[in-house]
Design a protein around this ligand. Sequence first.
Ligand code: SF4
Length: 361
Amino acid sequence: MNSTTTSTLATPDLLAIRALYDLPFPELMFRAMQVHREHHDADAVQLCTLQSIKTGRCQEDCKYCPQSAHHPDAALMPEPLMATEQVLVAARAAKAGGASRFCMGAAWREVRDGAQFDSVLNTVRGVADLGLEVCCTLGMVQEHQAVRLKEAGCKVYNHNLDTSREFYPEIITTRTYDDRLTTLETVRRAGLEVCSGGIIGLGESLDDRIKLLHELASLSPHPDSVPINSLVPVEGTPMAENDPVDPIEFVRVIAVARILMPKTMVRLSAGRTEMSAELQAMCFMAGANSIFLGEKLLTTPNPGRGEDFTLLRRLGMHPLGGEFPVADERAGEDGTWAKPCTSQGCGHDHSHEGAGHHHHH
Ligand code: SF4
């Protein structure tokens, strides 16, 4: 199917990436596995937690996002900036639950100097003091702000490209692709690691996916981590009726990302709730080596951590740089987390969690 899709790619780099993407699936997987093993422990998965510290009422108009003030029909309860102590409670729980990285997202268009940013800096200090790696995603940021984040103990800044430059105006009109690239340069200059990726399933063409991968792989140095999201269509957003992403195509995207950016952490992000154990396993085999733990990604459902540990155990994999948390061992004894889940999907009740959102800015 892929090779019959009309392509408008012009440059040799893009054609080469497309050729990679179009390889017979077993060959593509084999190459991705080779690269993965050269640079990573292929049995380890980095465990991150994503916490929304300010939810909703965002001035940006990202079409997929229920947090945008432009989509008032999306059922989302806006929440003001969380106090430092509140976030620290969540961070301690994340750490006890086995996470090594704590990402904080605020639905801001950009960081503004003032009491709120000062509070975030205080929170960053507190989370870093717990021994967690701190990542922030706060929208556009200026260099002096990025420097302050770094000084407070923030290690990584997330700011996603989302999609190709060409398709981007179909998704967001309130901020340009170049604004995004500028933010990435700014945080890099401030000494922060860069986390930047995209979303598959926005209605983009295959060539758009190729161009997004090319764009990410053209960043020099490569992003330290690249989250690949599978769209979770949210009611009340213009993307509510989008077609589901073909799982094989999704794995191809992961595999190509792994090959193009050998040292990068490739993060399997939004959309995991809809993925079978087998599909997630295939993503790990293709080179994904980072996931978000916990029941929500900002506002969209995510598998519970018990299910994630169960999956990793079934696969004989382990958390990167650590063991399964003590809490998980305990839960395993009474069998509640150790059993492979048998119900369709997971049997976990996500119904109370409401509308959702992805990891991106
Ligand atoms: S994706 Fe981020 S920037 Fe876009 S509307 Fe949602 S919260 Fe705002």
